[in-house]
Ligand binder design. Structure first.
Ligand SMILES: NC(=O)C1=CN([C@@H]2O[C@H](COP(=O)(O)OP(=O)(O)OC[C@H]3O[C@@H](n4cnc5c(N)ncnc54)[C@H](O)[C@@H]3O)[C@@H](O)[C@H]2O)C=CC1
Ligand SMILES: NCC(=O)COP(=O)(O)O
Length: 349
């Protein structure tokens, strides 16, 4: 059942309060037309956001609520996840602020699981200051993978450019050992399904980058491409998925080959994110594919160096809101279409 646009409830976790998260959220919803597109609910504290607002040229008005059933369409809702004041020092990294980032994220994830919000858009966290006895995850993706159904896959999206990762928050010296047949097969299937359900691409074409320089040059520079990637990709292809590669990664983007595919799958984080951010920084979105719920975030981090200076570009955050809504709609449509498929009448001979 498709919801009316403004009734799609977009939950927003506040991220690191000392970073640029609050600024990009406020700037996005400063434009009242955004409220015709969705009903936002920020998981934080209304008094604190009113204080942070003073650092920027913002006239935004908040609707603070203590219960999620009090949120209203047409308002920038703030769900008070905590009541106490918080010392904000924009641009400063500290552990106390990490606790509030996680309080917000955990509460928003709970609301997402329970269907109180339709989609989740996360503002950036600092991966170091969020660590605690209770929260030991390198990022949002890993926590959501544990909390939600499905298998999370990090996918960066900007227009028709989609870059998925076989491994994400994995130290570089462990990447090779993660690249098993099981992982590659599962990740490629997640990308394929996401392209169909979330992006309405009927028969997606997927390119996979090689791990080693020149995809190993026949085994001269590393054996993983020949021994693991090639045979596994062939198996997947033979079962009907349009997957190609492994391609030498260095020239793939520069030569424009990426434009021929619906998604490019990189073997590790920086192999995919460096070309992606070079091509689309400021407009890209980080999407967690493969889960039963939709989560997006902007393509940037906490940017302490510019926090509080009214310099942050909010377009990536706005794109993250748009994409979350688009994917939510696309999934609903896909469900409707596939729920009761039309029976194909067999031809009478
Ligand atoms: N989804 C998330 O929660 C993410 C969190 N991070 C975290 O953020 C922290 C800082 O990471 P960095 O690698 O320094 O990346 P970063 O994206 O915070 O900053 C890189 C550079 O880009 C600039 N920049 C970033 N966003 C901008 C914006 N909206 N407008 C204008 N300039 C902008 C910054 O000023 C800085 O010069 C780390 O702790 C990292 O783990 C990084 C990426 C995503
Ligand atoms: N570079 C994107 C990134 O690492 C963000 O991670 P996550 O917090 O979205 O899992």
């Amino acid at each position: 059942m498709n919801k009316k646009a403004e009734n799609i409830i977009v939950g927003i976790s506040i991220g690191d309060l000392n970073g640029i998260g609050s600024e990009v959220i406020l700037k996005t919803f400063e434009d009242s037309r955004m409220l015709e597109l969705c009903t936002p609910v920020i998981f934080a504290n209304a008094k604190i956001l009113s204080f942070v607002k003073k650092s920027f040229t913002s006239t935004i008005q908040f609707h603070g609520v203590d219960k999620l059933d009090q949120i209203l369409p047409g308002k920038v809702n703030v769900f008070n996840v905590w009541k106490e004041g918080v010392d904000i020092h924009l641009g400063v990294n500290n552990e106390k602020i990490g606790e509030y980032a996680i309080k917000s994220f955990v509460a928003a994830t709970k609301a997402l699981k329970e269907g109180v919000i339709d989609v989740l858009v996360t503002a950036p966290i600092n991966k170091y200051n969020i660590q605690s006895e209770d929260f030991k995850f390198p990022g949002h993706t890993d926590y959501l993978d544990k909390e939600l159904d499905g298998n999370a896959l990090m996918m960066m999206v900007q227009g028709d450019l989609r870059v998925g990762l076989l491994t994400d928050h994995v130290p570089i010296n462990e990447v090779s050992s993660h690249l098993t047949e099981e992982l590659i097969t599962r990740k490629i299937e997640t990308v394929r399904k996401s392209l169909i359900q979330d992006f309405s691409i009927v028969k997606p074409k997927i390119a996979v980058l090689g791990l080693n320089p020149h995809a190993g040059d026949g085994g001269v520079i590393g054996k993983e491409d020949d021994l693991i990637l090639k045979p596994v990709l062939k198996k997947i292809f033979d079962k009907g998925t349009m997957v190609f590669g492994p391609f030498p990664a260095d020239g793939f983007f520069g030569s424009g080959q990426y434009e021929k595919y619906d998604a490019i799958v990189a073997t590790y984080h920086d192999q995919g994110l460096i070309p992606f951010k070079t091509l689309s920084f400021g407009k890209g979105v980080n999407y967690t594919a493969g889960l039963n719920k939709v989560r997006t975030s902007p393509d940037h981090g906490t940017a302490y160096d510019i926090a509080g200076k009214d310099m942050a570009d909010y377009n990536s955050f706005k794109e993250a809101v748009y994409l979350a809504i688009d994917i939510f709609r696309s999934r609903n449509q896909y469900e409707e279409i596939t729920e009761k498929p039309l029976k194909i009448k067999e031809k009478q001979l």
